[in-house]
Design a protein around this ligand. Structure first.
Ligand SMILES: Cc1ncc(C[n+]2csc(CCOP(=O)(O)OP(=O)(O)O)c2C)c(N)n1
Ligand code: SF4
Ligand SMILES: [Mg+2]
Length: 297
């Protein structure tokens, strides 16, 4: 579990009503984000932490509306800054479970800087990226994950930049749990979210979640047809195998679904704790600030 105390303080057994907020989602009918919300809800029921020990942090976008629809604490922050806020929160309150949610634009365009550094810092967070390969909220501009040549409102003649692969980015920047799932498979999503919540360290879960309004070509059927489960003998602890898999997926144009990589390393909070200990010991033998000032007088 992410925290040893997880679940221990639960007063009542979580139910369908525990984590669901009273506000009904305002997404378009058929939006993939509905299934993501339902799957997160189920994963949290299995995880079993009381709702007041969980915070959902987001940036801006359709997918970033998540905190409104949850009965946990929530922080609807600034576009591209979900991971910065979530990192600060986790450092200040390492005892709580912090979940970050958002879209491909939020994570990889305006938030790209924060994405890379949160991955390499191994912050103990669960980050759910709803990848619809478009800017949904602003009505259909190209996103960093949009396919090369895709025509959108901002690219009427087709995109000319190769897409960012979120799995490759997370793996190479150091995330210690990397998974991919899809909103057409709710049970798989629930399983991935639960494993992500239980992992201690940065859990990155890319979730193929169609925008039926502004990227109708990449709908549920498209993602279904282009997804493949991982081979039976796949070992997610083998980092090189994970890199090879992602390269193969890119060559053969498929989305691998499952836990692509997992390993265990100290988290950011643990590393900072160790440094604090060393610094405190050293400072015990140091000259005081007043003494230094006196020397200059
Ligand atoms: C600083 C800033 N720049 C730009 C915007 C406009 N904006 C709002 S949401 C968004 C992109 C949303 O796309 P994505 O993150 O993929 O989320 P989706 O709506 O697709 O779920 C943009 C550019 C903003 N709100 N704030
Ligand atoms: S615009 Fe797209 S991403 Fe936004 S709610 Fe509608 S279908 Fe979902
Ligand atoms: Mg998007």
């Amino acid at each position: 579990m992410s925290d040893v105390s997880a679940g221990a303080a639960a007063t009542a057994k979580p139910s369908k009503r525990t984590y669901r907020g009273s506000q009904r989602p305002t997404w378009c009918a058929g939006c993939g984000d509905y299934s993501v919300l339902a799957a997160l809800d189920k994963a949290l029921i299995s995880y079993g932490r009381p709702e007041e020990e969980i915070t959902v942090v987001s940036g801006i976008g359709c997918s970033s509306r998540f905190p409104f629809f949850m009965n946990t604490y929530g922080f609807h922050s600034v576009h591209g800054r979900a991971l910065a806020v979530a990192t600060g929160l986790k450092l200040a309150r390492p005892d709580i479970t912090v979940i970050a949610t958002g879209g491909d634009g939020d994570a990889l365009a305006i938030g790209g800087n924060h994405f890379f550094h949160a991955m390499r810092r191994n912050v103990d967070l669960t980050y759910i990226l709803m990848d619809n390969q478009i800017y949904g909220m602003t009505k259909g501009q190209a996103a960093p994950t949009s396919e090369l040549g895709m025509k959108t409102k901002s690219t009427p003649y087709g995109t000319f930049e190769p897409p960012v692969d979120p799995i490759w980015a997370a793996l190479t920047m150091g995330a210690t749990f990397v998974a991919q799932t899809a909103s057409h498979d709710p049970n798989h999503m629930t399983e991935m979210f639960l494993l992500g919540l239980q992992h201690r360290g940065m859990s990155f879960i890319n979730c193929l979640s169609p925008c039926v309004t502004f990227n109708a070509g990449m709908d549920r059927e498209y993602f279904k047809a282009h997804s493949r489960p991982l081979p039976e003998n796949y070992d997610p602890t083998d980092y090189e195998a994970a890199l090879k898999l992602v390269l193969q997926a890119r060559r053969e144009s498929f989305f691998p679904l499952g836990v692509i990589h997992v390993r265990h390393e100290p988290t950011l909070a643990e590393r900072i704790g160790e440094i604090r200990e060393i610094a405190l010991k050293k400072s015990a033998h140091r000259t005081s600030v007043e003494e230094i000032i006196r020397q200059f007088l």
